[in-house]
Design a protein around this ligand. Structure first.
Ligand code: ZN
Length: 125
């Protein structure tokens, strides 16, 4: 579970799109099988989206712990085949997550380097 400050509005037409912790978001309701995925609602544009939207987990059919393990292996430099063997998932599933995670990791990287490390709330390095 991530705190609300980690989310930003996912509606590209919203003035608050991409801005975190602006006070425009709150959790409203649940979705998904077993209702384990929270819905995030944006006051600014009055849209709601799943907390997985914009993350590599969106649209992924694996349980979250498995998806997280899979991504962790990839991050540690395991190849597609090694990861599929270690996490016990199909190689094609790994490939799909590589595709999902790639652009996300890149976007996150751009976001991180775009800000000075002294920005409020950022980790001190
Ligand atoms: Zn919005």
């Amino acid at each position: 579970m991530h705190p609300l400050e980690h989310f930003c509005c996912q509606n590209k037409d919203c003035p608050d799109h991409g801005h975190r912790a602006k006070g425009n978001l709150y959790f409203r309701g649940w979705s998904g099988k077993n209702r384990r995925i929270r819905m995030v609602y944006c006051r600014t544009c009055k849209r709601s989206f799943s907390e997985r939207k914009g993350t590599p987990l969106e649209g992924g059919r694996l349980p979250e712990d498995k998806a997280v393990a899979l991504l962790a292996h990839l991050r540690e430099g395991c190849g597609t085949r090694a990861t599929s063997r270690l996490v016990h998932v199909d190689k094609n599933t790994v490939t799909r997550y590589v595709r999902l995670a790639g652009p996300h990791a890149q976007a996150l990287h751009h976001e991180k380097v775009a800000f000075s490390p002294r920005d409020a709330g950022g980790p001190t390095r």
